[in-house]
Design a protein around this ligand. Structure first.
Ligand code: MG
Length: 203
């Protein structure tokens, strides 16, 4: 399986990183070795001094598809969860400056903590889902899927022009504003609405 991540999908986050608003979805990949499951601790890596959290709603792909039209896109994911797109912001800044690919800043081991999923059918309106992140019990990020620049279905339609989507693939759909650094000892809790779906420690 693969993990596809959308960048700059919330206006307020694009602005906080001083990025222009995208005309098309921006995406990059993480390998399956990036996943961190079952609330296991994240060990702060030696190669960075600036690991940032980015809290994101995650789609789970449930069937094979390519060139998926937007009107059919909603049948290609059946679960929505929450995850963290950990980013080595210091390495990313260097890559951006030199015009190099982002993998060392984004795709490293355990850079994609993944919480529990909920069936799409459990949501009243998937284009109005509240989610949030607490670090050490303090609210640090808050988002709602209605503020995405590109909707879930637009993302699927766009990506599937380039990549075949397969059952079990994950799509991290972008972070709202409020990204920030983690420190050893931090406890991260991610919620969809009022439900705690991801809860782990940085060591
Ligand atoms: Mg992200």
């Amino acid at each position: 399986m693969k993990i596809i991540c959308i960048g700059r999908n919330y206006v307020d986050h694009a602005k906080e990183l001083k990025n222009p608003l995208p005309e098309k979805p921006v995406f990059f990949l993480k390998p399956d070795s990036a996943i961190l499951r079952r609330n296991q601790p994240f060990f702060y890596p030696d190669f960075s001094n600036e690991i940032h959290f980015e809290t994101e709603l995650v789609l789970k792909i449930c069937k094979l598809g390519r060139h998926i039209p937007k009107r059919l896109a909603n049948s290609f994911y059946n679960e929505i969860g929450i995850g963290i797109d950990f980013t080595a912001r210091d390495l990313q800044a260097e890559c951006k400056k030199k015009g190099l690919p982002w993998e060392i800043a984004k795709a490293f081991d355990f850079s994609a903590p993944l919480g529990k999923f909920r069936a799409v059918s459990q949501f009243k309106d998937i284009n109005n889902i509240n989610f949030s992140l607490l670090v050490n019990e303090e609210k640090r990020q808050e988002g709602n899927s209605k503020d995405m620049i590109f909707s879930f279905d637009e993302i699927i339609a766009y990506i599937s022009q380039f990549l075949t989507l397969k059952t079990g693939d994950l799509i991290y759909t972008g972070t709202p504003a409020g990204v920030g650094p983690v420190q050893k000892g931090d406890q991260l809790k991610a919620y969809i609405e009022n439900e705690l779906l991801l809860d782990f420690k940085v060591k």
